[in-house]
Design a protein around this ligand. Sequence first.
Ligand SMILES: [Zn+2]
Length: 83
Amino acid sequence: MRPARRMRSFKKVKTVLPSGKNVIHFRKKKVGKHKCPCGAKLNRPAMRAVKLGKLPKVQRRSNRPLANLCPKCMKEQLRKRVR
Ligand SMILES: [Zn+2]
């Protein structure tokens, strides 16, 4: 195995070549969807951090305070902080 592919950030896919040879192909693992602590999915693109950095900041996360929470939790948090 190539040293650069020894980490677990690569997914191993066993494939059979047309010649009948069994080989291991390496794929980048899929990135999970962003979630609020309450479990709701956030409307953010799910891609590797390197790719995400190339997007404009507006497309990386929602453009409101507490963007790491879903709108419901944000409302609750804001109320808690005011009180
Ligand atoms: Zn939430």
